[in-house]
Write a protein that binds this ligand. Structure first.
Ligand code: AP5
Ligand code: MG
Length: 215
């Protein structure tokens, strides 16, 4: 089963994708994580996208489509979760074509609805484990022991350079201008499902599970 998690910055895409990996053996393909990895490892592409990402703008379709294309030909596990991809109509068309090429298709597009006020709180309170990528929040999801990851025990907690109010404003604008048209695009294709992203993390997970089990 292949799905897209669609929603603005802070909607909870990464949080829910990690649960699906654990519970269903699916493979998370987050273009944001791949781009951050390229920055850390200092590749030429990583250097090229750094400023764009920190400002909260989208990187080119060509770069992210290339990243996804590489992954689709590898291991397919329990299916793919596209997290933060596609983000433009061009990327959506390319994804359909790439999946067709490897004999796969899209089973559902899950839109995570949240309001913009909640996003500011979620983004400014977020931190992530540098060891395993587990996502936390200052108020809603603290590790059991302060500063220590529940999953891998690492004490290397990180905050993202683009998690500030200025970049968030740009990320939101980019979302409404370029990504939100995908809601209509996938609705017209009969693939759109909507969940309440404002609910508790477990409740959102249950709503997503219900969508997947019904397919
Ligand atoms: P990306 O990494 O994809 O960032 P994003 O879309 O802005 O989304 P986030 O990762 O910020 O949010 P999320 O929905 O994953 O929320 P999370 O689960 O962490 O992209 C970063 C940049 O890379 C882009 O700006 C762009 O430059 C570039 N890029 C990436 N993909 C691209 C593409 N396809 N095309 C072009 N450019 C691309 O949750 C957020 C916080 O809320 C956490 O603290 C979490 O603990 C908390 N939380 C989650 N769910 C709940 C809940 N239900 N209740 C309470 N708190 C919750
Ligand atoms: Mg994310």
């Amino acid at each position: 089963m292949n799905i897209i998690l669609l929603g603005p910055p802070g909607a909870g895409k990464g949080t829910q994708a990690r649960r699906l990996v654990e519970e269903r053996g699916m493979i998370q393909l987050s273009t944001g994580d791949m781009l951050r990895e390229a920055r850390t490892s200092g590749t030429e592409m990583g250097r090229k996208v750094a400023d764009i990402m920190d400002r909260g703008e989208l990187v080119t379709d060509e770069i992210v489509i290339g990243l996804i294309e590489e992954k689709l030909t590898g291991e397919q596990g329990g299916g793919f979760i596209f997290d933060g991809f596609p983000r433009t109509l061009g990327q959506a068309d390319a994804l359909g074509e790439l999946l067709g090429r490897v004999g796969q298709s899209l089973d559902a597009v899950i839109e995570m609805q949240v309001d913009d006020e909640a996003l500011v709180r979620r983004i400014t309170g977020r931190f992530t484990c540098g060891g395993c990528g587990e996502v936390y929040h200052d108020e809603t999801r603290r590790p059991a022991k302060d500063g220590v990851c529940d999953v891998c025990g690492s004490t290397d907690m990180k905050r993202r350079a683009d998690d500030n109010e200025d970049s968030l404003r740009t990320r939101l604008l980019e979302y409404y201008k370029k990504t939100s048209p995908l809601i209509g695009y996938y609705y017209a294709k009969g693939q759109l499902e909507t969940v309440d992203g404002l609910a508790e993390i477990d409740e959102v997970a249950a709503a997503i599970a219900a969508v997947l089990d019904a397919r």
